[in-house]
Design a binder for this molecule. Structure first.
Ligand code: CTP
Length: 401
């Protein structure tokens, strides 16, 4: 079920807009919470009244109407949404978002949101096949926007071909898959580590790395949506912890080590996305270190390898590691899976542009302890979180079977 999932349904001006009434009603039947945004053109095809009745909420059409005092409509919708579905999405809508144009409530909401965005195109075949539209779709996909459809068939304009909006039933099924609403992690506790660690040198300086924490936060949020109790132990990041996870903020690798060791006995699965500093300064100066000569050296000591420690005591738990490498990606990842006694490892090449450490997208490989390697093509970190958790669920199944 999509129970309680907050979805903004965006309707742009295409003849298929009438199908979205059925979409909204089907999503409501699945107990999703729906807010509808319509473009001015969409109102030519179907009235907001239809959607307010079906969604149970007022329909937003205007950038400048504020439902509550001091609330900015597109920002509040953007924050509220866990998913945004644009159905139908016209070539015009796709083109605007791909070019960074935000000139109405729908485009501003989409662009201001961190939600998963699903675009369901509907247009004439020639328009769909137009290289400019195709380039826009490719660009948006590269930025993590998801496309569902279009289907083939008879089009409103009399043509036959690709361009039909996918049927509402199929969109709901797609959303259920995406939201991982199978509840397949119910009664499981998943521990996730995320973000960088900071190793203090003095009261104001530290050694750290560029990890944003996004991969770990995506996994934590997705696992919670799939029914797990989630403990998220995170180094300092700029991210909001996902709703309904137990959030444990830490700073240094030693803090993280202590918290992970304390909470590990409670969990069935541990997923270590954190970029833990391998070394820390041998001593922390109480006062700010003053510059002296032309150079200086730092004495460092090893931090505990948290994942290796977990590997020694894991028992029947599923252990997932990450390997960020700049050379010999698969070879090093395979080595780590064996050395650290892991069930799965996700390997990323940190030299690839636009993925990995400080990005919304990721790509790489997932390796298991039985020797299988699967490529993970470029995708959003949210999508990747689902794929990793699918593998975890199948390993948990084997365990209890
Ligand atoms: N890790 C950990 N504790 C550490 C270092 C790493 O738990 N002190 C975990 C990370 O969370 C990640 C995995 O180990 O899941 C791989 O980290 P990485 O730094 O890529 O590899 P290392 O084992 O540190 O090996 P190397 O530095 O040789 O690449």
């Amino acid at each position: 079920m999509l129970k309680g999932t907050r979805i903004v349904v965006g309707i742009s001006g295409g003849i298929a807009a009438y199908k979205s009434a059925d979409l909204v009603s089907r999503l409501r039947k699945k107990s999703a919470l729906i807010k509808v945004v319509m473009t001015k053109r969409a109102e030519e095809f179907i009235t907001p009244l239809t959607f307010s009745s079906l969604s149970g909420n007022e329909v937003a059409t205007d950038m400048f109407s504020c439902p509550k005092e001091r609330e900015i409509q597109h920002i509040s919708l953007a924050h509220w949404a866990e998913y945004i579905i644009i159905a139908p999405a016209t070539a015009n809508f796709i083109g605007k978002v791909a070019s960074g144009i935000a000139d109405d409530l729908l485009t501003t909401t989409v662009m201001a949101s961190k939600a998963g965005v699903v675009i369901v195109p509907a247009m004439n075949t020639n328009m769909y096949n137009n290289p400019i539209v195709q380039r826009n779709i490719e660009d948006l996909s590269r930025h993590g926007y998801l496309f569902f459809g279009p289907a083939e068939g008879n089009l409103a304009c009399g043509d036959k071909g690709t361009g039909r909006m996918e049927e509402p039933e199929a969109i709901v099924e797609y959303m259920e898959g995406l939201a991982g609403v199978k509840g397949d992690l119910e009664n499981r506790t998943v521990l996730v580590t995320a973000g960088p660690t900071r190793e203090a040198l003095d009261p104001v300086r530290f050694l750290s790395n560029a990890s944003s924490g996004r991969m770990g936060y995506s996994i934590a949020g997705t696992a919670a949506r799939r029914g797990a109790r989630v403990i998220l132990i995170s180094g300092p990041t700029n991210l909001e912890p996902p709703p309904s996870v137990e959030f444990v903020p830490v700073v240094s690798a030693l803090d993280m080590y202590n918290e992970v060791m304390r909470r590990f006995p409670e969990c069935d699965v541990a997923i270590k996305t954190a970029a833990v500093s391998d070394y820390r300064p041998a001593s922390v100066s109480q006062h700010k270190i003053k510059k002296t000569g032309d150079g200086m050296s730092l004495a460092l000591v090893r931090n505990p390898d948290i994942l290796s420690e977990l590997g020694k005591i894991k028992g029947g738990r599923i252990l997932v590691g990450f390997a960020a490498e700049s050379t010999n990606l698969l070879e090093y990842a395979r080595e780590k899976i064996n050395k650290k006694n892991l069930d799965l490892i996700v390997a990323n090449d940190i030299t690839r542009k636009g993925t990995g450490f400080d990005s919304d997208a990721n790509e790489g490989y997932i390796l298991d302890s039985a020797g299988a390697t699967e490529e993970l093509p470029r995708m959003s970190k949210m999508q990747m979180a689902d794929i990793i958790l699918d593998k975890v669920v199948s390993l948990l199944g084997k365990d209890s079977g």
